[in-house]
Design a protein around this ligand. Structure first.
Ligand code: DAH
Length: 328
C-alpha cells in the first residue's frame, strides 16, 4: 500500500487531487485509518507492533502529501508570477494622440481673434426657414440672387442654410443693439462637386450694429482680423460688389504672401457691406447702422496650408488629417 500511495502522491497533478488522496488514505474512512480500526482484534504484543507500523505508515504518507502540497503550491505561484510578470525593459506601447480637425482649429483661432476684439461667438441652426435664409435678408422669391444659392429643401419647405447670414436676422430678432457678434458654422449648397466646390462647407459671419457704425468701422474690423491672422502690416482692400442684404456692398481681399509660391498677391476672401435698411426693417430695428461680412473658412484654410482640394476636408483620410494635427 505504501508504494502505491507514494506513487499516487508523486503523480498527483494538482491540489484538489492531492486533497482527494489525503482523504483516501488518512481520512476518517481512509485506508490507513481502516487498518487502525482492525488492531482491536490482535494480541497486545502484536497490536503494539502493528500499531507502530501503521503509525509509521501514516507519518510517511502524511509527510509525502505535505511535501507534494508545498511543491504544487510553489508551482502555482511560479505560474502566476510568470503570467503577471512585467518586463520593464520592453518598449512602451504607442498610442497616437488624437487631434482637432484643421477646420476646427481654424474656427477656434478665428473665434479667439474675434473674442479678443470684443465680439461674442454665436451659433445657429443649419436647417433654416426661407424667411431667415432669404426673405428677411432682402432676397425675396423673385430675386435673381437666389439662383446663386441653390440648395437643399425639405418637403415641408425648410432649407439647409446657404450661408451663415440668416443668423444676423435671428440674433437681431432676440437682441437689442449695440452688439458685435461672429457666427461660425456649416452651410450647404447644391453644387457640382470639384476641387473647389463642396455641397457642405463652413463660413464665418460677422455682424456689428449700433449708433453711427460706419464703413470705416467695417474696414477697420477687416484690417484687424487680417493682422491677427497674417501678422503686422497686412493690408486689406474693399472692391465694390453686390449682395442683397448690404448697401453699399463689397468684396474684401487681403494682401498677403502666398505660403507656397512666396508671391505677394490679393487673396479675395469674402463679402461685406453696410446692413441694408430692409434687413433692419425686417427685424424692427430703427435709428441704427451696422456692418456685416462673411467668408468661407475652407478657402482660408486651403490657401493658408496649400490644400489643393476642398474634398480632402471631408474624406477622413488620416494621411491628410495627420499633417494638420496641432498646427494652430
Ligand atoms: N452670405 C454671403 C455668401 O454666402 C457672404 C456675405 C456677403 C456675407 C456680404 C455678408 C455680407 O455678411 O455682408 O455669399
Amino acid at each position: 500500500m505504501l508504494d502505491q500511495a507514494l506513487d499516487e502522491i508523486k503523480t498527483s497533478p494538482n491540489l484538489p487531487a492531492l486533497q482527494d488522496l489525503r482523504v483516501k488514505y488518512l481520512g476518517k474512512k481512509g485506508l490507513v485509518t481502516e487498518q487502525l480500526k482492525g488492531l482491536g482484534s490482535l494480541e497486545p504484543e502484536a497490536r503494539k507492533l502493528a500499531g507502530q507500523e501503521i503509525n509509521k505508515l501514516k507519518t510517511v504518507i502524511n509527510d509525502a502529501i505535505d511535501a507534494k502540497k508545498a511543491e504544487l503550491e510553489l508551482n502555482a505561484l511560479n505560474e502566476k508570477l510568470e503570467k503577471e510578470s512585467l518586463d520593464v525593459t520592453l518598449p512602451g506601447r504607442h498610442y497616437s494622440p488624437g487631434g482637432l480637425h484643421l477646420l476646427t482649429q481654424v474656427i477656434n483661432k478665428l473665434s479667439d481673434v474675434f473674442r479678443s476684439m470684443g465680439y461674442d461667438v454665436e451659433v445657429g441652426p443649419e436647417l433654416e426657414d426661407e424667411w431667415h435664409n432669404f426673405d428677411a435678408l432682402n432676397t425675396p422669391g423673385w430675386h435673381p440672387a437666389r439662383d446663386l444659392q441653390d440648395t437643399f429643401w425639405t418637403t415641408d419647405g425648410r432649407v439647409m442654410r446657404t450661408h451663415t447670414s440668416p443668423m444676423q436676422v435671428r440674433y437681431m430678432e432676440t437682441h437689442k443693439p449695440p452688439f458685435k457678434i461672429v457666427v461660425p458654422g456649416k452651410v450647404y449648397r447644391n453644387e457640382a462637386l470639384d476641387a473647389t466646390h463642396e455641397a457642405q462647407f463652413h463660413q464665418l459671419e460677422a455682424l456689428v450694429v449700433g449708433e453711427r457704425v460706419t464703413l470705416a468701422d467695417l474696414k477697420g474690423a477687416i484690417n484687424q482680423m487680417a493682422i491677427a491672422l497674417m501678422g503686422k502690416g497686412t493690408k486689406t482692400r474693399l472692391q465694390p460688389s453686390y449682395f442683397p442684404f448690404v448697401e453699399p456692398g463689397a468684396e474684401f481681399a487681403i494682401w498677403w504672401t502666398h505660403p507656397r509660391t512666396g508671391k505677394e498677391e490679393w487673396l479675395e476672401l469674402g463679402g461685406c457691406g453696410m446692413v441694408h435698411p430692409n434687413v433692419f426693417k425686417a427685424v424692427g430695428y430703427e435709428n441704427v447702422t451696422g456692418f456685416a461680412f462673411g467668408f468661407g473658412i475652407e478657402r482660408l484654410a486651403m490657401v493658408s496650408y496649400g490644400i489643393p482640394d476642398i474634398r480632402y476636408f471631408y474624406q477622413s483620410d488620416m494621411r491628410v488629417l495627420e499633417q494638420f494635427r496641432g498646427v494652430l
